[in-house]
Design a protein around this ligand. Structure first.
Ligand code: SF4
Length: 284
């Protein structure tokens, strides 16, 4: 059985520890010196959600790696998205950010119960901050991973179930994860790539799962998929995908990589692999 996809028993001793003691344990578990670490952060795009009354916490961990038998992005190679991934763009590509994502993933794998305890405290703090501002709370666990959080339980319940007042949402490139989230009523948007089966795309649309597509030029008004004309909505206004109308394409404007060491190559690969498409592309 996977070290991750199972039920994890929470060590009751953790709940009585101070924040500093928890961070000391985190450092110990991953074999690194103590320093302030956190699991949740935001981004320019999720901050846009504050204008419409949402505080959002996102967990960013290492993309496209395999650790202890767990692949953080099962479909990344097929999708051709490893290099053009958000994780390798802008400030996300700086050494400190890369290390912070690795430290979070390392904790998740090495002591999942401790990860849950720290995450729970950060989520409660986010809920408190939102209450003070009279905001609502949204959460994304797969900022730069593609894990199936419906299969990771803590004392028998998923994180979604432990924190039902938070509106959870995510993106995935794995049709099975899209289906699992949809079955559990968790908002999920499928991220398009050229090798995705058109039948899967149509099936997901019929289930109310939207498809996000990154466009190289401009956003079209409609997108042809399997002979069907589907409305394209602008996904760049904010990241709160659960507010989008259902059965739509979420159009995103691809931002060329500039800080990546091989930026030109990455941008070319993104197009060739079908990670991004032109607005007049037809998906058959
Ligand atoms: S699956 Fe998503 S998070 Fe993983 S490498 Fe691809 S774009 Fe990045």
């Amino acid at each position: 059985m996977s070290v991750l996809y199972k039920n994890h028993v929470i060590d009751r001793n953790y709940s009585g520890l101070s924040k500093k003691a928890l961070l000391t344990l985190w450092a110990d578990r991953i074999g690194k010196p103590f320093r302030p670490r956190y699991l949740l952060s935001d981004s320019v795009k999720v901050i846009k959600g504050e204008k419409i009354g949402y505080l959002t916490g996102v967990c960013y961990m290492s993309n496209a790696v395999k650790i202890a038998g767990v692949a953080t992005c099962s479909h990344a190679v097929k999708a051709g998205c490893v290099e053009p991934c958000l994780a390798m763009s802008g400030h996300m590509s700086l050494a400190g950010a890369v290390e912070a994502r690795a430290d979070r993933l390392s904790l998740l794998i090495k002591d999942t119960a401790l990860f849950f305890e720290i995450l729970s405290r950060e989520l409660k703090a986010l809920e408190k901050a939102a209450k003070r501002k009279r905001f609502k709370v949204a959460g994304r666990l797969n900022g730069t991973t593609d894990l199936d959080w419906t299969r990771i339980t803590f004392n028998g319940a998923t994180i979604f179930e432990h924190f039902p007042r938070i509106t959870w949402y995510d993106y995935t490139k794995n049709p099975k994860i899209a289906q699992a989230y949809s079955d559990r009523g968790v908002s999920v948007t499928f991220s398009y790539y050229k090798k995705a089966a058109t039948a899967d795309l149509l099936h997901l649309l019929d289930r109310g799962v939207n498809i996000a597509i990154a466009y190289r030029d401009t956003l079209p008004i409609t997108q042809s998929i399997g002979g069907r004309s589907v409305e394209v909505i602008n996904g760049d206004l904010h990241d709160l995908r659960f507010l989008d109308k259902k059965g739509a394409i979420v159009g995103l404007k691809y931002k060329n990589q500039t800080m990546h060491k091989k930026a030109a190559e990455v941008n070319a690969t993104a197009h060739e692999s079908g990670f991004i498409i032109f607005s007049n592309s037809v998906i058959n």
